[in-house]
Design a protein around this ligand. Structure first.
Ligand SMILES: NC(=O)c1ccc[n+]([C@@H]2O[C@H](COP(=O)([O-])OP(=O)(O)OC[C@H]3O[C@@H](n4cnc5c(N)ncnc54)[C@H](OP(=O)(O)O)[C@@H]3O)[C@@H](O)[C@H]2O)c1
Length: 279
């Protein structure tokens, strides 16, 4: 299958590229998804059968400070990709997020539960989902959460970096979701797009955990079990974006066709082991 990947140098993009050496991956510097003409040209030139659209503005605090930019990249950029897919008859796999849900219910969200984003990042990704549904019938919408990848900056790297530098750590206990290893997610996405069972899917590592408990597990896995972390609540953490409180995603539909990701704790151990082997 001829596959084109946007945002190919991001955390998920790189994990996909490592498993799909025949795919054409375009990084931000090679293709800005907000450039409608360039997106159309690239996709017409490659004529892919499938586009995996990973490019996005993922910094939730920046999205909160610049909601128009979030909508421009995650909404308009997705519209550009979707229209080009429509033109060449390509299927589209769109990466989305737990943050399309408000997190108020206190139980895991199913694939077809009503969305109600509570921050500009979540809203921009929700808009992207709606655009994909409207424009490309042959689509996969894959929601995931709290991705930890070997490259780039993410929560895991931030926690380890701060601890290694002896900085104080305060982490919230009232934000809960499912941590997801980018390598496991990439495998799940690849298995899914081979099925041609289009629809909306939740792919995360199994198990939900608070940011605080996740940070604790990260430090344990890195041999820093005694490093202190102060538990706080969101109200004590001054940040631009307001994350949903409980946004665990329930994988129902991918599980029915045999696609599940292992438990997040086992995935974290695998991540750390892989990092050790790199040294
Ligand atoms: N990371 C998570 O925790 C998480 C959770 C749920 C869903 N997702 C979704 O999963 C997808 C992949 O995320 P990720 O974890 O791989 O994030 P990432 O590491 O931030 O990768 C996103 C990539 O998109 C690129 N990008 C940003 N603006 C662009 C533009 N205008 N045109 C083209 N490329 C652009 C970025 O390039 P630069 O860095 O050079 O700008 C980056 O390489 C995204 O759709 C995201 O919303 C991620």
């Amino acid at each position: 299958m001829r596959i084109l990947i946007t945002g190919a140098s991001g955390g998920v993009g790189q994990a996909l590229m490592a498993r799909l050496p025949e795919a054409i991956g375009l990084s931000h510097s090679q293709l800005d998804v907000t450039d409608a003409q360039a997106v159309m040209q690239s996709i017409v030139d490659v004529a892919p059968q499938l586009v995996i659209h990973c490019a996005a503005l993922t910094n939730v605090d920046r999205c909160a400070q610049m909601p128009h930019e979030a909508l421009y990249v995650n909404g308009f950029g997705t519209q550009n990709v979707a229209l080009a897919c429509q033109k060449v008859g390509a299927a589209l796999c769109y990466l989305s997020t737990n943050e399309v849900f408000d997190g108020e219910r206190g139980t895991p969200y199913g694939e077809y539960d009503p969305m109600s984003p509570v921050n500009p990042y979540g809203y921009s990704k929700y808009v992207g989902e709606q655009i994909v549904r409207e424009l490309v019938p042959q689509h996969y919408i894959v929601r995931t959460s709290w991705v930890f990848a070997h490259n780039g900056r993410n929560f895991l790297h931030r926690i380890v970096g701060l601890a290694r530098n002896g900085k104080s750590l305060s982490v919230v206990t009232d934000e809960v979701a499912c941590p997801t290893y980018a390598e496991d997610l990439a495998e799940g996405i690849i298995a899914l797009v081979r099925t041609e069972r289009y629809g909306t899917y939740h792919l995360t590592n199994q198990g939900a955990v608070s940011r605080y408990a996740f940070a604790r597990a990260i430090l344990d896995a890195y041999g820093m079990a005694d490093y202190p972390i102060t538990p706080i609540v969101k109200a004590q953490f001054n940040r631009p974006s307001r994350p949903p409180t409980y946004s665990a995603l329930q994988n129902t539909f991918a599980a029915l066709i045999g696609i599940t990701l292992r438990n997040w704790r086992a995935a974290l151990d695998a991540f750390v082991e892989h990092e050790r082997q790199k040294i």
